[in-house]
Design a protein around this ligand. Structure first.
Ligand SMILES: *[C@@H]1O[C@H](CO)[C@@H](O)[C@H](O)[C@H]1NC(C)=O
Ligand SMILES: *[C@@H]1O[C@H](CO)[C@@H](O)[C@H](O)[C@H]1NC(C)=O
Ligand SMILES: *[C@@H]1O[C@H](CO)[C@@H](O)[C@H](O)[C@H]1NC(C)=O
Ligand SMILES: *[C@@H]1O[C@H](CO)[C@@H](O)[C@H](O)[C@H]1NC(C)=O
Ligand SMILES: *[C@@H]1O[C@H](CO)[C@@H](O)[C@H](O)[C@H]1NC(C)=O
Ligand SMILES: *[C@@H]1O[C@H](CO)[C@@H](O)[C@H](O)[C@H]1NC(C)=O
Ligand SMILES: *[C@@H]1O[C@H](CO)[C@@H](O)[C@H](O)[C@H]1NC(C)=O
Ligand SMILES: *[C@@H]1O[C@H](CO)[C@@H](O)[C@H](O)[C@H]1NC(C)=O
Length: 281
């Protein structure tokens, strides 16, 4: 049966209102002191757990297991623990340039901070300073699910009037990094590199997806980020757009990642990591 236009519009309106309401409930918090971002009750499932419940214990076990795992050396952690309604799923992702030990330290710190700021939500997500790592947990399956919301962006406040930064150069760098990152494997989907700016400055960029995404999903997540760059960061000397499934950043004034080859990956070493030379091949 074909729905008459007015009632279709009406349904759409209701849908929109519901979306708006649910968007206002779960709030993404920027913690200025610790310089981190987090959100409790990420998908509004509004299900709290009680202290010392099975869920609580499973969560503690899971996060302890995750952050004490020393076998993983590629910065992506995917663990679950428990049964039925008390099953907890988690994902840990470190920025592709972090050493395994720094990655573990970051996730461990995130675990402490996240469980402090979100004391009894069944679902939460935490981004540490400069997105060095991200920690998520939930009572629903989050692995292999592309999530582009919630997202945040920020820019380096200095405008680039003295730099004459061209959006085209930024876009072309980030575009190219995206096409490299999506080709990563199920352990890491990351690329960082640089391009010469219009002035002597070099533009540094970094893009990353959680490696459980398919190439197509990773590409579509990063494309959404790229589309945000003009509105968030036009004329700025730096900026970033961050989502649960992917993130993207550029800076003109400084090298913000470790220009070292990242952990195991399928592509040849020469094209990985970053170059201080104006080449991102
Ligand atoms: C869940 O916990 C949060 C924070 O502790 C609280 O603000 C909220 O009211 C709780 N929600 C329910 C449904 O109990
Ligand atoms: C939870 O368990 C701990 C350790 O067994 C105990 O010290 C604490 O009082 C319990 N808290 C609640 C709210 O039951
Ligand atoms: C994690 O942090 C806790 C407390 O901050 C500390 O006791 C523990 O040793 C840390 N674990 C790792 C693996 O770094
Ligand atoms: C956790 O919070 C402390 C401040 O209490 C901060 O120093 C630390 O960097 C935070 N860790 C992470 C991973 O965000
Ligand atoms: C920073 O992290 C610490 C340690 O987890 C936490 O107690 C505090 O609430 C966080 N936020 C601020 C604004 O200090
Ligand atoms: C902005 O530019 C000023 C002057 O060049 C510099 O001192 C400051 O560190 C810059 N701020 C940022 C956030 O880059
Ligand atoms: C996630 O963990 C499951 C269960 O251990 C494993 O089968 C799967 O290969 C992992 N997926 C990724 C992308 O790491
Ligand atoms: C990396 O590439 C450069 C220039 O393309 C080449 O000179 C160099 O030998 C390569 N290094 C390795 C380890 O393949």
């Amino acid at each position: 049966m074909v729905m008459p236009i007015p009632s279709l519009l009406c349904s759409l309106q209701i849908l929109l209102i519901i979306t708006l309401i649910s968007q206002t409930i779960a709030v993404l918090v920027y913690d200025k002191i610790n310089n981190s971002h987090y959100i409790c009750d990420q998908s509004n499932n509004k299900a709290n757990y009680t202290t010392n419940s099975t869920y609580h214990k499973n969560l503690n076990t899971l996060l302890t297991t995750l952050t004490s795992n020393t076998d993983i050396n590629y910065g992506f952690y995917n663990f679950s623990f428990g049964e039925n309604n008390d099953k907890v799923y988690s994902i840990g992702l470190c920025r592709g340039d972090l050493l395994p030990s720094d990655c573990r330290t970051c996730l461990n710190g995130s675990r402490e901070n996240l469980t402090t700021v979100c004391p009894n939500q069944r679902e939460a997500i935490f981004w540490s300073e400069n997105e060095r790592c991200m920690l998520r947990y939930s009572n629903r399956l989050i692995l292999g699910v592309m999530e582009d919301a919630p997202y945040f962006f920020s820019n380096n406040l200095n405008d680039s009037s003295d730099v004459v930064l061209s959006n085209e150069v930024v876009t072309s760098l980030l575009n190219d990094l995206t096409s490299r990152a999506v080709k990563g494997d199920s352990r890491i989907k990351y690329a960082a590199g640089s391009l010469p700016g219009p002035t002597p400055e070099v533009i540094y960029g970094l893009v990353q997806c959680t490696p459980d995404l398919s190439q197509t999903e990773c590409n579509s997540c990063l494309s959404e980020n790229l589309q945000q760059i003009p509105s968030c960061c036009n004329g700025k000397i730096g900026g970033r757009v961050v989502r649960p499934s992917c993130n993207m950043r550029f800076e003109t004034s400084f090298l913000f990642y470790q220009p070292r080859a990242s952990p195991p990956r399928s592509s040849p070493a020469n094209t990985t990591g970053s170059n201080t030379k104006p080449c991102y091949c």
